[in-house]
Ligand binder design. Structure first.
Ligand code: APR
Ligand code: ZN
Ligand code: ZN
Length: 359
């Protein structure tokens, strides 16, 4: 039996209960979690913004130690330290064969089938990962090995926030040295995007969030300016950029209004990269003149347009060289029973990442 935070109803409490993980099947790996970050996508799955079969164990930003491997698994063994990939590519579909593994047709296969039982009931793993549990069972291709000297609590953040935020800047937006970047929304993902902009050599890095408590952390991670969202934002950003607007905006909230704002703060010919995952009921509006006139590009971005197998080692090099601050993204630590309080903080825009730590 494995302790897990189980969600039985939309917006319901996450009760810490014993579940029975499925046996580790062929090609699968059982992992003992060391830490799991609470991401806004977990909250979106919990409140119905994103679809989730129930009952479910959420959590998709995890790292831990392999405890068992199934038949046919090679290259990974008990004792190995791993970061979990919540969209593991099949390596053989059209997207995988065309260099876009983050759009793999099978990336969500594991989310569609139960990974455990509770009594007679099947239990699903949020984003196929189920990291709010002491142990989980995932495909071997969802495990990215990390060297044993990397603290697992920091490695966990690579699994979603950092791959997504840094990847959005370097892989999707492809920010060039000297360019100006506005990052809208300063949770774990946006604060990672700020670090990505710094790594890319951006000149001005404007951090945007309604919560003034985010300013200090954003500036310490590389932002050059902090601004509140609102009607004046585009004008204020033009004021910083010779009157033209930002070369890039990175949207890390997931709302129609902020996607629209990301587009509006860029210069003519600029690029807005949308990382946030919002509701299918929340529209984004453009008028028929401005799209052609401003000649901007809007880019959607899944998982930072990364291949975790390739990009996690690159991020670890930045980490080792002191260029990527993972620990600073964690503002709260809780046990398994604390996911609900992490959701409350997130709803209020308080703190950055909450990390669930396993004893
Ligand atoms: N303008 C700018 N920032 C905003 C606005 C707004 N109008 N409204 C909210 N925010 C800020 C919040 O104050 C918070 O700091 O956006 C931030 C969101 O942070 P988190 O809730 O911690 O979200 P995070 O986990 O970083 O994910 C961001 O990326 O992967 C997706 O599903 C995820 O859509 C979510 C987004
Ligand atoms: Zn996430
Ligand atoms: Zn594929």
């Amino acid at each position: 039996m494995t302790l897990a935070a189980v969600m039985r109803a939309l917006d319901g409490p996450l009760a810490v209960e014993e579940i029975e993980l499925n046996p580790t099947g062929p090609g699968q790996v059982r992992v003992r979690l060391a830490a799991a970050g609470v991401c806004h996508s977990d909250l979106s799955l919990a409140n119905g913004t994103l679809r989730q079969p129930l009952p479910a164990v959420l959590g998709h930003e995890g790292a831990g130690v392999v405890v068992e491997v199934g038949a046919g698994v090679t290259g990974i063994a008990p004792g190995d330290h791993v970061v979990l990939n919540w969209s593991p590519p099949c390596r053989s579909c059209w997207y995988c064969e065309h260099g876009e593994p983050y759009l793999c047709l099978h990336g969500d296969d594991a989310a569609r089938v139960p990974f455990a039982t509770s009594g007679d009931e099947p239990v699903y793993a949020g984003l196929g990962t189920g990291a709010f549990a002491a142990e989980t069972v995932v495909g071997a291709h969802a495990c990215i090995p990390v060297p044993a000297d990397i603290p697992l609590a920091e490695a966990a953040l690579l699994g979603c926030a950092v791959l997504t935020g840094v990847g959005a800047v370097t892989n999707a937006a492809k920010v060039q040295p000297g360019q100006s970047v506005a990052v809208i929304g300063l949770g774990g993902v946006g604060l990672a995007a700020i670090q990505g902009a710094r790594l890319a050599g951006a000149s001005a890095i404007v951090a945007v969030d309604p919560s003034p408590t985010k300013e200090e952390l954003a500036l310490s991670l590389g932002a050059t300016h902090f601004m509140a969202p609102g009607n004046k934002l585009a004008r204020e950003i033009r004021g910083l950029t010779g009157g033209i607007g930002a070369d890039h905006a990175i949207e890390c909230v997931g709302r129609g209004e902020t996607i629209r704002s990301a587009w509006s703060v860029t210069r003519r010919g600029g690029t807005a990269t949308v990382v946030g995952l919002g509701s299918a009921m929340d529209p984004v509006q453009f008028n028929a003149l401005e799209v052609a006139f401003f000649a901007r590009t809007i880019v959607g971005c899944m998982y930072g347009s990364t291949d975790p197998a390739v990009d996690v080692p690159i991020l670890l090099e930045h980490y080792r060289a002191g260029r990527l601050n993972l620990a600073a993204l964690v503002t709260d630590e809780v046990s398994l029973s604390g996911v609900g309080e992490a959701f409350s903080r997130m709803r209020d825009g308080r703190g950055a990442r909450t990390l669930v730590r396993f004893a």
